[in-house]
Design a protein around this ligand. Sequence first.
Ligand SMILES: [Zn+2]
Length: 597
Amino acid sequence: MSIPKLLPFLLTALAAAQDPGTTYRFRVRGLDPHQAHELEARYDILHSANRDGSYDVCVAPEDKDEFLRAVPQAVLVDRGRPYAQIVAEQQGPLAPDANYFTVAEVLQKMDQLAGLYPGLARRVDLATIPGAAKTHNGQSLWALKVSDAVANDEDEPAILIVGQHHARELNAPYMVIQAMERLLSGYASDPTLKSVVDGCELWFVPTVNPDGVDHVWNVDSLWRKNRRNNGSSYGVDNNRNYATLWGLCGSSTTPSSETYRGPSAASEPETQTMAALVAHVRPEVYLDFHSYGQEVLRTYAPCATVNPTIAAFLQRYVDDLRAPMTYNNRAPSGSGEAPEDHWVRSGTLSFLIEVGTSFQPVFSVTQTEEARVWPGIRRALTAWRPAVRGHVRSVSGLAPLAATITFAPGLFSHGEQTVARARDGRFGLWLPLGTWQVTFTAAGHQPYTKTVTVSAYDTPQTLEVDLEPIWSAAALAKQGSDRVGTTTQLTYTSAGDGGEAYWVALSGGTTPGIPLNNRTIPLNLDGILIASATPGAVLANNVGILPASGQAVAAFAIPPIPALAGITLYAGGITLGPGYASQVKKFSPALAIQIQP
Ligand SMILES: [Zn+2]
């Protein structure tokens, strides 16, 4: 290597002299499952055993001595050094190569795609999302948003595909990058992919951990964590830092550890930003690429409490995802991982996929792996649909509500919920097969519960929900004998609604009623109702503006026709206005008028 080429590495080596050095990779033989589990709390055991049954373990330099005391048979097989140096030194067909993406190259790739498909792709600075943060080294996380009319926030379901929470997993972001490339290049020729792009908002975040990736290229090819300065060590494991079940299992309290969970739940800018993105777009599906192991991880950590019905439901999708990839499956290594967090707190169907059989194989191997993985991604994008889709709005003002959606019988132990998207109230609710009582809740509103029966997967039902604010209910009262030839007075009370329009209506029945999304006015849309829409035709004083008292009195002069005796009519009061869902603010229960002889 020439002197100018060596200089950056020399400088790095000098800097590392004040540093504890780079990551060790040990190989351990004769590890029983119990020992492996004990070690897992502190060290990053690379999950798929090697062909000879040994395990590889990455160990921070600060932890090396303690590790060797615990596992004296461990053999050093590798040591991290600048990935750029590895690339520069090793040439030839089997060398690791420079086709893996640096942070800058990921951004260039996004710009290239946004330039080629300006109507379909745009790069988004995730630091601009409420609740997001820049990394410890001041970098933004970036997404490529892909959709038709990509410049607009459309009323479409969102899908989120991310990679590289762990820096050294250089093959993982390639799955994300190629997925966006395939969708965009296939848009013109593949009607199935076109319908995904047209009907969804897809968000791709190839690199969740740019600070760590910089460190991989410049210092330590085996670096895993972010670059928080812990004082005497660096880094938090981003995929042990999410808020849900944070610190419960499979993570470390030791800052130098490969699986350090961080000082507090969601303490890290990377996890804050990804949680903010999930809260912002409320994706229906989340896929998260790591390496390695050729396996799809089930959503819940081993320490979570999972009802068998939910476990079977999630397994159905794990199997659907891994089948086209011919991958295995296993439980996640610990809690505080991203998929569990997004599922529990947002209701997003979320899975982590470990690709390949090493972190940085020869690039052609990663290309082959990508071709194996893509059919699984394609399956998730084109076939997966939640049981129910719809919107939640307020009856008052039609404002979208970021409603919380839960269902009974209760199957959850960790506060799992689905949340509607704030900007348009859109939700996608995943439910197992069966019959469920689904409840929508939003601040300042009365909850609403609806029975939903799910008899097939991936065939969404539509449920539009208007939640009524907490306000005093409308009521109708009557005075009179209801005899033919007499007048019955109908007093409609809609407290607090002086100045709003009202209508007291008559109908021949109460079922099925008049549906307004989830609300039902208990009067039928029949000839009597239509006639009573003409002021004075059937009732007197039945249409007008409510006075300040919110009370109006309509009159029903029952014609002096003896044949009317025995007929039952139903009266109801309605408060109307242009600012309400279906122009209906409130309505009273129906009041029966049984005409007497
Ligand atoms: Zn990983």
